[in-house]
Design a protein around this ligand. Structure first.
Ligand SMILES: [Fe+2]
Length: 299
């Protein structure tokens, strides 16, 4: 059953980093985001489009996934979401005015997924920046998706798919389920992989030019950035990808191309055989450091 609110898109990922200045330099000068704002050495807002932030970097003692923000279509959808989440017993709370003002967001609600402790945030309004995003290094079109690893995938999928309006686009049997936030058309904005602890799997940025994946390979090598998977081609979403590590060892991805689903009469989800070729047509294998860093901040 779909809830009575509509998502607009994946909004942002808030990541904990151990050296904010070092990470800001990496996310701007190597990944290619624009710095929107930096606050007293506490956090930095980075963008790849008109929104004030698609990534928030927070200074912290250990790397991690602090929260994931989703934008809903309207303030009415936000109110409906609050009632819905409250009815489910997830104890949502409104973020205080001081913090939303600082974050340049409108009213925002937060709650924790009860099983994994992952914090989710919903909002409808965020500052639209006056200057267009400047694609200096890569034509980043958007924050594409966040993937998490959890010890209990069934429980998280029961929540997101069964109760929170996400739809399964495809799954690799026993490994990962790719979810879209209805009615957002992209094959996946979020995915849930099975893992040995609850942590970030990776954060993806979609580029609008396949050359940006090839250029990234050379740029990353030049800066001694560890490439952990790819370049390759994902069968589920038909995208060309490359994965690499940020300065704390958290996994990031550039990808080009992604299937889009219509709101009405979408195709059925597929269940793919759990073999390496179901994640890379070209037969590549991830390195051991792939998707290993970034525990959920549950405090
Ligand atoms: Fe991905």
């Amino acid at each position: 059953m779909l809830p009575e609110f509509r998502y607009r898109k994946l909004g942002y990922a808030a990541l904990n980093v151990t050296d904010l200045a070092r990470s800001v330099a990496f996310y701007t000068d190597i990944l290619g985001l624009d710095l929107a704002e930096e606050k007293d050495g506490r956090w930095a807002a980075l963008r790849c489009g008109p929104d004030h932030h698609s990534i928030l970097l927070n200074q912290a003692d250990e790397p991690g996934l602090k929260r994931v923000g989703f934008q809903v279509e309207s303030e009415a959808d936000l109110d409906a979401a609050f009632e819905h989440v409250d009815r489910l017993g997830f104890s949502p709370s409104w973020v205080d005015d001081e913090e939303t003002t600082e974050l340049r967001q409108g009213r925002s609600l937060r709650f924790r997924h009860s099983g994994s402790g992952l914090q989710l945030e919903f909002y409808a309004d965020i500052w639209q920046m006056a200057q267009p995003f400047e694609a200096r290094l890569a034509k980043i079109a958007r924050l594409g998706h966040v993937v998490v690893s959890v010890t209990d995938t069934k429980e998280m999928l029961d929540t997101l798919v069964g109760k929170m309006g996400f739809l399964v686009s495809d799954r690799v049997d026993g490994f990962v389920s790719f979810l879209r936030c209805f009615p957002n058309p992209f094959h996946h904005s979020f995915a849930v992989a099975s893992g040995d602890e609850n942590r970030l799997h990776h954060v993806n940025f979609m580029v609008s030019d396949i050359d940006d994946v090839g250029r990234a390979l050379n740029r990353l090598q030049k800066h001694q950035v560890e490439i952990v998977y790819g370049p390759g081609r994902h069968p589920p979403s038909d995208s060309i990808f490359i994965y690499f590590l940020d300065p704390d060892g958290m996994t990031l991805e550039y990808s080009f191309g992604m299937e889009e689903f219509p709101e009405d009469n979408p195709r059925q989800p597929r269940t793919l055989e759990p073999v390496p070729e179901s994640l890379d047509y070209w037969g590549g294998m991830p390195s051991p450091a792939f998707a290993k860093v970034g525990r959920f901040e549950v405090a």
